[in-house]
Write a protein that binds this ligand. Structure first.
Ligand SMILES: *Cc1c(COP(=O)(O)O)cnc(C)c1O
Length: 519
């Protein structure tokens, strides 16, 4: 079809391809740079594994780091000659040298793993191919891989056929996605269409130690401060099922309808697993949705030795499981799993009814069939990275045994660190760990009793350890006060490192106590 007035090609001549773009997209240049980059990254990996060859975190004060990384000088010059040869690699090298090294066996910090190098290669491919996934045609392999990966994860949790879901960008977004579906399923009114005018204010029950993203999701959904009702925990920071009635009664007295319980399978702070089977029984008796936040710990299902920790998870209506935690994937890859996969359409209130009517939606050849594969209907993201490629690739190449070994190794490291802390006179293990997150305090002779001074001592000694760069660990505040927190995420960590971190604390803290304590 021509427009009414034909366009004269001479009036819109296509200029020649700018040299900058020709060079930037050149395949041979990519090949050469890529080989150099991989060679150099392999060396970097070796340096991290070498322990003393590189610091875990090359500490810089934030302001100094900012001064190191101003807006690049060339950024003001539109005519600067694109990538002067090697400049990209030079910048990447400098960035890597200053980065925290998760592959360092003395990284004992956050719940972020040293990614499997093979998964990083898959990620590189995903970045280059950039299959955006919102609709099937933009991810013609990533889409079926995603559906298969999530169905496999659901089956590993013990869920029935028909369970499945989608991948999304992180546990925080995953919790929101699952709770949006819970709201639509259990509010008793159409919360998507009618908003908060459709019925009474809603609430979820969760432990006091649930990840903050649960309360944040409640706020995002407009439920205000009372939207996430805290349930008491026991001495090991696990949700107490016998406290659910009281929390429910409080919410009801507040005029709210409780639509869901959020249980933690591996709480962020302590790694504690809530008793899922008892919580599931409570939810089933009341028709309340059970969402399990297994961002950290659902992967226990991959280990025969630790599966008991998640007994009952198969009864959950929805589960969030981060592959970028205990499956050693690069961030962010989160599965949002529904016991009935069709529920996943309800998060964003798509008209799922015709899919439900179709029964076996994946066998239907009509419109419902096509919509089933357009994953953007079920995620907050429109464009999304091909997250499935990394997980599918590792699963196909190694089988689930690699993840079983990873989980069991990391949990064993947690137990081994805990045993050392428990045996040492000058350390206190705060709670016996369920998993690979250990919380503990340094209490050398002469240290102040629990209270602000002991809290300050923990903060001061941790700061020194981090600045020294040989180890990396965290501090968190629990009801007992400020404690050290170590997530054992690196399977290459060994006995030397676990003994070493205690000695490192003693060495770094020398003088802090003798001098009468910090401050
Ligand atoms: C890490 C974590 C989250 C948040 O996940 P992100 O992927 O960091 O957004 C949520 N819940 C629990 C229990 C977690 O450990």
């Amino acid at each position: 079809m021509s427009p009414a007035r034909p366009l004269d090609p001479a009036l819109a001549p296509l200029p020649p391809l700018p040299e900058s773009l020709r060079v930037a997209y050149d395949a041979e240049r990519f090949r050469a740079d890529g080989h150099r980059l991989i060679d150099w990254l392999a060396d970097e990996l070796g340096r991290a594994h070498g322990r003393d060859d590189a610091p875990v975190l090359p500490w810089r004060e934030p302001a100094a780091a900012q001064a190191d990384w101003p807006v690049p000088p060339g950024a003001g010059d539109d005519d600067a000659d694109g990538d002067a040869d090697g400049e990209l690699l030079a910048v990447l090298r400098r960035a890597a040298a200053g980065s925290i090294r998760l592959h360092h066996p003395r990284y004992l910090g956050h719940q972020v793993p040293p990614p499997l190098p093979g998964a990083a290669l898959a990620d590189l491919m995903a970045a280059l191919l950039n299959n955006g996934m919102a609709v099937y045609e933009m991810g013609p392999t990533a889409t079926p891989m995603e559906l298969s990966v999530v169905r496999w994860m659901a089956a590993r949790l013990g869920m029935p056929a028909g369970a499945g879901g989608v991948l999304t960008s992180g546990g925080s977004l995953g919790n929101l996605t699952a709770l949006l579906a819970a709201r639509q399923a259990r509010a008793g009114f159409d919360a998507w269409a009618d908003g908060d005018r459709g019925g009474p204010p809603l609430a979820v029950l969760c432990s006091k130690t649930a990840h903050y993203s649960v309360a944040r999701a409640a706020h995002v959904m407009g439920w205000g401060d009372g939207g996430a009702v805290a349930v008491d925990v026991d001495a090991r920071y696990r949700l107490r099922p016998d406290a659910l009635d009281a929390a429910h009664a409080r919410a009801t007295a507040d005029g709210r309808r409780v639509i869901a319980v959020v249980a933690s399978a591996g709480a962020t702070g302590t790694g504690a697993y809530d008793p899922l089977a008892e919580i599931a029984a409570w939810c089933e008796a009341r028709g309340v949705w059970l969402h399990v936040d297994g961002a950290h710990g659902a992967a226990a299902a991959l280990s025969p030795r630790h599966r008991h920790l998640v007994a009952g998870i198969e009864r959950a209506d929805s589960v969030v499981w981060d592959a970028h935690k205990m499956m050693a994937m690069p961030a962010l890859i989160t599965a949002v799993i529904f016991r009935d996969e069709r529920r996943s359409f309800e998060a964003f209130a798509q008209e799922a009814s015709y899919l439900f009517a179709a029964g076996q939606a994946t066998d239907d050849r009509g419109a419902a069939h096509a919509e089933w594969f357009n994953l953007g209907l079920r995620t907050l993201e429109c464009t999304k990275r091909s997250l499935s490629v990394m997980v599918y690739g590792v699963l196909a190449a190694h089988g689930p045994g690699l993840w079983r070994d990873y989980v069991e190794r990391c949990f064993a490291l947690g137990a081994a660190l805990a045993a050392r802390l428990d045996a040492a006179d000058d350390f206190e293990l705060v709670v016996p760990p369920d998993a690979n997150i250990v919380v503990w305090r340094w209490r050398p002779p002469g240290a102040p009793p629990p209270g602000p001074a002991l809290d300050a001592l923990q903060a001061a000694v941790r700061r020194r350890v981090v600045e020294r760069g040989r180890y990396y660990l965290l501090q968190v505040t629990l009801p007992v006060g400020v404690v050290m927190r170590s997530a054992l995420m690196n399977p290459l960590t060994d006995d030397r490192d676990l003994d070493g971190v205690l000695d490192e604390i003693r060495a770094a803290g020398a003088g802090l106590v003798a001098a009468g304590g910090p401050g």
